[in-house]
Write a protein that binds this ligand. Structure first.
Ligand code: IPE
Ligand code: IPE
Ligand code: MG
Length: 254
């Protein structure tokens, strides 16, 4: 290597890696329909993409991966599809916990799980407990989650504290509200990915995505493999995050 190349390398910075990645795993139904299969075949195939995405995230040192599995609006789907999704969630938890253990991944489910069948609630709690000591990455599954619901329950808990006289409403600031949401204490998502071609947030992490980099891809979730996930990370690495400042200010500070 020449001296010049050495100097260049010393000056080169590794592309930034997102600490927190949030994903709307969309397009399962269309993937199956394209193949003349029932929609649930797409949901089942999507489990492989969850696995490969987790692997890429741990390889790159992502700290938190939050995936949208079932929105508060998905109850509007046909009952048969809802039931199949619940079954799939249950079997995936049963099958995947061992893999999470061996990869040192902690599982957490965020959302109003009281609406789920008792058996699924129990399985969720058992999987969370089994992986509670794991430290390499937090895998957060949003199930019966809605961004508006999260903000609403945060507001309700602060209001209740104020009504008990434990809190002066004048002291409520952004940090306090953030700490009352389900993502309290975590870095906000740095990268938001939505597969399936639609470019909307669908009531996912509304409070937390204020400054998140958005990445939309037409690739349907079951086709979103490790190479696609790496492409998303590469796109993130090339972006300049300004948080209100000018580009020149950011370049000086970095
Ligand atoms: C996302 O895939 C999975 C869930 C919402 C549970 P969809 O089921 O929404 O697939 P499309 O959008 O109909 O193709
Ligand atoms: C968002 O996908 C929810 C999940 C992926 C779990 P949807 O397919 O439900 O979103 P919309 O209804 O098309 O916006
Ligand atoms: Mg969809």
């Amino acid at each position: 290597m020449t001296d010049d190349a050495d100097t260049e390398n010393a000056g080169a910075r590794a592309a930034p890696v997102p600490r927190h990645v949030a994903i709307i795993m969309d397009g399962n139904g269309r993937w199956a329909e394209k193949r003349g299969q029932a929609r649930h075949a797409g949901h089942r195939a999507g489990v492989n993409s969850v696995r490969s995405t987790i692997e890429v995230c741990i390889e790159h040192g992502v700290e938190v991966l939050t995936i949208f599995a079932f929105s508060s609006e998905n109850w509007r789907r046909p009952k048969t599809e809802i039931n199949l999704l619940m079954e799939l969630f249950l079997t995936a938890l049963q099958r995947e916990v061992r893999r999470l253990q061996s990869n040192d991944i902690r599982l957490r489910v965020i959302g109003d799980i009281a609406a789920f069948p008792e058996k699924l609630q129990k399985r969720i709690r058992a999987s969370e407990e089994a992986t509670a000591g794991n430290r390499r990455m937090l895998l957060q599954v949003a199930a019966n989650y809605g961004g508006r619901w999260d903000i609403t329950q945060a507001a309700r808990s602060l209001a209740a504290a104020a009504a008990r006289g434990e809190l002066d409403p004048a002291d409520i600031d952004e940090a306090m509200l953030a700490n009352a949401t389900l993502l309290a204490g975590q870095p906000d998502p740095d990268l938001f990915i939505r597969t399936g071609g639609d470019q909307r947030i669908s009531n996912f992490l509304l409070w937390h995505c204020a400054y998140t980099e958005l990445y939309f891809t037409p690739v349907l979730w079951p086709d979103f493999d490790a190479a696609e996930m790496k492409r998303a990370l590469l796109s993130f690495g090339g972006r300049q995050r300004r948080f209100g400042r000018t580009g020149a200010q950011v370049e000086l500070e970095d």
